[in-house]
Write a protein that binds this ligand. Structure first.
Ligand code: G6P
Length: 470
């Protein structure tokens, strides 16, 4: 029976080694949750980097870690320190990530980054080929592995390969700036099904494929040699019930009356998330509406990420200076306007913030989807006091969460007024808006996302079979 083979840069299990002992920490992100709900698609195996540099392990230790991981269906691809620097921190996070999020001024092209990207994609391919066959369904994830579909196709010409991009696909005018644009597009075109969060990203991709590679398309179909490829939007959802059941956990817990109402923001500390813009808008709000002093508090959770990349380290400094400045300016003996946390919170703690938040303030400058916005809305289900979501129009999630207060993250005054409107919004209105959004995100869950993608991939296999026998 065919298996489902997932390949992503990171495995859903992170390996650590301390004092000679291994630790295995599950990191159950969105993809892992969606995949776990695919119960009728045969055995599932997963390839990816276990998060530890290859040099930290002896050959014997690698073998031991591989054996433990294989019991969880995981196959590690060990990256060396140089690959981590040049592939992961280099081409992935200093070239593609900024460019695809429209920060072209931060995107650096370096030949050694590119070489490392190619050789690391090849390494993933070589590991995979040892274990899979043409009967398996292969699903490649995200911008770190854009060359992989074509590499797999070379080795397994009849394999069914899907590719999903979790970040925005930029317009042709941005894509054309990238020196290796055609290699990357041809890499993705090795897949039979290519998925994006939004139809706009599909449009941008098709336009780049046409203008850079000269391939014409017919609606969402492309023909390369004798192979038909489908390109489509599959907006990723969340595990709705997990978040919608949060209020029940806190129902009988006496919550001391919230004095300052909570404005909540949760993101990875990344320049795409618009954190300085948000702080600037909050500062303006405090200056324009002094009657709210002591009555609101911004709880800002910034999760550490890619700390070895310079831009992330300098952004952290900027944010911490801003938080210090605002707190220094407005704090009183009983009130601090911002509570700032630079750490990752376990679900238990995060869910309490989702429960206690009165306003969700999510203002990315660009974001492929933004699942936090969906989680926050789901967590309002059955809550007595409904919160209001303020959401950037630059997040993919904005098209499904159109009843939130949608703002342009570059428009400071608009954010200021949105905070005021959110705090003043009558309970009935909040409940009405949240209910509509909950209806949508409870139907399009992450399980449905994964199922629709895999079912479409299987349909293509049948269709290609039919085309061949004609
Ligand atoms: C984004 C990317 C993912 C990535 C995640 C965390 O959501 O689309 O592919 O895994 O960020 O980033 P990291 O660099 O820590 O893997």
């Amino acid at each position: 029976m065919s298996r489902l083979v997932i390949i992503s840069n990171r495995l859903p299990v992170n390996v650590t080694k301390q004092d000679g002992k291994f630790g295995y920490r599950d990191s159950v992100g969105g993809v892992a949750t969606g995949i776990s709900s695919l119960t009728d698609h045969g055995e599932k195996i997963w390839f990816g980097w276990p998060g530890i540099p290859a040099e930290a392990l002896t050959e014997r230790e690698k073998k031991e870690a591989s054996e433990t991981l294989s019991q969880k269906g995981c196959y590690p691809v060990f990256l060396s320190t140089s690959q981590i620097d040049n592939f992961y921190s280099g081409f992935c996070n200093r070239t593609i990530w900024p460019l695809f999020h429209y920060f072209s001024e931060l995107s650096i092209y370096d030949e050694s980054f590119w070489q490392a990207y190619k050789s690391s994609n090849q390494l993933f391919c070589d590991e995979l080929i040892k274990h899979v066959s043409e009967d398996d369904f292969i699903w490649v994830h995200d911008y770190q592995l854009m060359l992989l579909p074509e590499m797999i196709r070379e080795k397994l010409p009849e394999a069914q390969i899907g590719f999903f991009l979790h970040i925005p696909f930029p317009s042709f005018e941005i894509m054309r700036e990238l020196p290796r644009r055609s290699e990357l597009l041809n890499g993705i075109l090795g897949a039979d099904l290519i998925g994006f969060h939004e139809y706009d990203y599909v449009r941008h991709f098709l336009s780049s494929v046409y203008r850079i590679c000269g391939c014409e398309h017919n609606l969402s179909k492309l023909q390369i040699d004798n192979r038909q490829i489908r390109v489509d939007a599959f907006p990723m959802g969340i595990d709705y019930e997990k978040y919608a059941s949060i209020p029940a956990k806190f129902k009988n817990k006496p919550v001391e009356e919230e004095k300052p109402r909570i404005i909540l923001s949760v993101d990875r500390l990344d320049y795409t998330k618009g954190i300085p813009n948000r702080l600037e808008a909050y500062e303006s709000f405090l200056s324009k509406y002094p009657e709210y002093h002591g009555k609101v508090r911004l709880v800002m959770i910034a999760v550490p990420t890619r700390t070895e990349v310079e831009e992330y380290a300098s952004l952290r400094e900027t944010i911490e200076k801003d938080v210090g400045r605002i707190n220094g300016k407005y704090s009183t003996v009983d009130w601090t306007p911002i509570s700032y946390m630079f750490r990752s919170l376990p679900f238990e703690e995060l869910s309490e913030f989702y429960y206690r938040g009165d306003v969700g303030l999510i203002t990315p400058l660009r974001d492929g989807m933004n699942l936090v916005a969906k989680e926050f809305i789901a967590a309002q289900k059955n809550k007595e006091h409904q919160a209001v979501l303020i959401l950037s129009e630059m997040a993919g999630a904005a098209s499904e969460l159109s009843e939130s207060i949608v703002i342009n993250p570059h428009h400071k005054d608009q954010i200021v007024e949105a905070i005021k409107t959110a705090l003043d919004m009558p309970q009935e209105e909040r409940a009405k808006r949240n209910k509509m959004m909950q209806g949508r995100i409870s139907r399009y869950t992450v399980g449905r996302w994964a199922t629709e993608f895999i079912v479409s991939l299987k349909e293509i296999k049948k269709e290609q079979g039919r085309l061949r026998t004609k």
